[in-house]
Each structure stands twice: as C-alpha cells, then as structure tokens.
Design a protein around this ligand. Structure first.
Ligand code: HSE
Length: 402
C-alpha cells in the first residue's frame, strides 16, 4: 500500500480522487500495490464530500508525513504550486502535475531538483489533457531527431472556432456559448489570447529539442482577431481556421510561435473539432506521428495525472528519463523568417493586390473586403509588401510544407 496526497480539489483534483476511487482495482494491479489518498489539501471545506475526512489545509502536514512519497499537484499557477512542488521534491517526494504554467516557466529547475533528489517530476497531463503525448515523445520517439512539432493544443479556442465555422457565429457569441457550456473560464484570457497554447508548445519544444523554451520567448497571437468573415473566406478557399502552437528546428536553433492558421479541409487536422486536441510530431526516422483526443476536461485530465501517479509509484527508487537543459536567447530563431503562404483580408482592391503581390488566389465570396492567398514568402517579406499601401485586416499563415 502506498499513500499519496492530492494538492487542490478543483476540477482536476476532484477528478483525480474520483478516478483513483472508481478504478482502484485496475490501478492497484498496474501499480503493483494499492494506492490510497491520505490527504487532500484545500483551504475550502467540503463537508458533504465522501472524502471529507481526508481534507487538510496546512501543507506542512503533508510535507512532514514520511508515509507520503507521491504528491499530485493540481492547484495550478506558479504561486503556492511552485512552493509546494519545490518543497515536496526537496523532501524526497515525487510530484506529478497537470500544471502547464509551472512546467513551462520552471520545468528545467524542477526537473533538475527531482534528479538531485532521485525522485520524479511527471507532467503527462500538462499538454493535451488525456492524450498520451509526453511519453510517446520522450520514450517511443527518442531514437529520432525531431524536426517539427505542432498542434491544436487548446480545447476552448477550438470549440469557439468550430462554432464560428459550423454556425456562422461571431467571436463574442461563440465565446459566450463556450462559457455557458463550461469550457471557457469566466476570465477566458489565457485561452483566447493564446497563453495556454504558448505554455503547451513551450513544454513540447523543451522536450523535443532538449533545452528550455520560455513562454516569454514565444510570439503569441490568440483568436480574438478571427472574424466570421475570415471563417467564410477561408471556407470558400478550402480551409478551416485553427489556433496552432508550432515549433520547428531551423539549423541549430528552433522557431516557436502561436497563431491562427488556415488548415486545408482535406487534412486530418482540419477534422479536429470542438474541444478535441491534436499533436503532430515529425521525426527523422519515424516520419509523421499524429496524436489526438480529449485535450481538456475533468476525467481525461485526471486519467493522465493518475497514470503519472502509477508510474511514480512503480519508480519510487529510480528515475523516469524526462529532462531538458537550460534555455537561452541563442536557442530561438525569429519565426517571422519562416516561409509560408498567407491569407490576407484587406480593404484594398483586387487590382492593387495584384499589382503588389503578383499572382494570388482570391476568395470568391462577395464581400466588401478582398481576401486572398499569397505565394510563399516569409513574414518580413509580407510586412515589406504591406507597407506599399495595403492594410491587412487579418493576416494568417497557411499550414503546409514549405
Ligand atoms: N483551458 C484549457 C483548454 C484546459 O481549453 O484546452 C486544458 O489545458
């Protein structure tokens, strides 16, 4: 029997306790021993909860209990979560988490600390919710040089864009709908401004390329600039609009960014709708690997956290191989140098567009504005062209092999 503590009893924390309870038999079999939740840390009271006797409000109780060897941190954020994670690792307890902000900001130092203490810091749930991503990337594909990793990494924005595509909703109505359905938070900033996707692509790139990519190094554009008109033009041109996090090796550097893209309707990624996520990984030996599934939600996320708990229990005295080195400015290549075809929407006439951009593909939807797809050029070239009297109302990359 192994005893664990769960820090935080929000959506994910309550899901973790629930999955450990309802699947206790299979979990004990896979962990080769029973796993019991001894403590749940939360400052709130849950008097009606069947687990009410497990609640504690003082982290010291958990920290000072030698029976606790694995801690699940599902508080979120980088305040108390960072403090409790550090102190748990220092005390020789393994930590598992779904906290992408903490891993994206402090992953390299927490992994280093875990290594020093010969314990594990595991975070399968931090990217893609219930989709297995971290282990496929760090174990199944570790005979590969990774050339590129990208994906639809945020369920809320994918839900909003799907609603706009299917029902012609404009952005603010689709956001309200997502909030009503419980997908978007009351404050949806982290999702719609792309910060959540930013953190997830930071974690994926750090794992794929072996050095820490920090959120502040990643140019990030969310979906607030995507209009119903853009969705209609994209549809007419054969595309859907999706928010992507993307990292690509460029020589000995990597180019990482978050932005809306036009995705050809004929590709698998275009069919990843609603709150589903997908991650595409390109390795030099394996080729292209696609992973998709439920990227958010209580039980899918809890499923990944509990899998990490089982892994930590099975490796109490040995390390799982997950780590990366410190990052630095010399790691990052400017993403605006990446080539792409582009979708543009502008007030300029077709004649003016053709004069500056040469041969382009126009959307045939009758509209007051002109929408078109350019030839292949990098972001700096497009800025230079736009300085010749064309104002872009929207400017998105077309995903493709360039
Ligand atoms: N807010 C996130 C999303 C939750 O919508 O994908 C899962 O990380």
């Amino acid at each position: 029997m192994i005893k664990i503590a769960v820090l935080g009893y929000g959506i994910v924390g309550s899901g973790v306790v629930h999955v450990l309870d309802i699947n206790s038999g299979i979990i004990a079999k896979n962990a080769e021993q029973k796993i019991e939740v001894k403590y749940i840390l939360d400052i709130r009271e849950f008097a009606d909860s069947p687990y009410k006797d497990l609640f504690v409000s003082d982290f010291e109780t958990i920290l000072n209990d030698p029976e606790i060897s694995v801690v699940a941190e599902v508080i979120g954020g980088v305040g108390a979560a960072l403090d409790f994670t550090r102190r748990s690792l220092e005390a020789g307890k393994s930590v598992v988490t779904s906290n992408k902000e903490l891993v994206a900001e402090h992953g390299s130092q927490l992994l280093k600390l875990a290594k020093e203490k010969n314990v594990n810091y595991l975070f399968e749930a931090s990217v893609g919710g219930g989709i297995p991503v971290i282990r496929p990337l760090t174990q199944c594909m570790n005979a590969n040089i990774i050339n590129e990793i990208y994906g639809i990494l945020n369920g809320t924005t994918n839900y909003i864009l799907t609603d706009m595509q299917r029902n012609g909703a404009d952005f603010s109505d689709a956001l309200k709908e997502a909030q009503l359905k419980g997908y978007a938070e009351a404050d949806p900033t982290a999702d719609i401004e792309g910060h959540d996707t930013n953190r997830k692509i930071c974690i994926l790139s750090s794992l794929a390329f072996g050095r820490h990519v920090y959120p502040s190094q990643v140019p990030t554009e969310g979906i607030t600039g995507v209009t119903a008109e853009d969705i209609i033009h994209a549809d007419n041109l054969g595309y859907k609009i999706k928010l992507l996090g993307r990292a690509r090796s460029v020589g000995d550097k990597i180019s990482v960014y978050v932005a809306p893209h036009l995705i050809a309707k004929s590709t698998m990624l275009a069919d990843i709708d609603d709150v589903m996520n997908a991650v595409i990984i390109r390795g030099n030996a394996v080729g292209t690997v696609s992973l998709c599934g439920a990227g958010a939600g209580k039980l899918p996320t809890a499923s990944a956290v509990v899998a990490d708990i089982i892994d930590a229990v099975r490796h109490l005295h040995s390390r799982r191989w997950i780590s990366w080195d410190e990052g630095g400015a010399n790691l990052i290549s400017d993403p605006s140098l990446l080539d792409s075809a582009w979708y543009l929407r502008t007030d300029a006439t077709k004649e003016k567009v053709e004069k500056e951009f040469g041969s382009v593909v126009f959307s045939q939807v009758p509209a007051s504005q002109t929408a078109f797809i350019t030839g292949v050029m990098n972001g700096k070239m497009i800025c230079d062209l736009l300085e010749r009297g064309i104002t872009a109302k929207s400017q998105f990359r077309i995903l493709g092999d360039y």
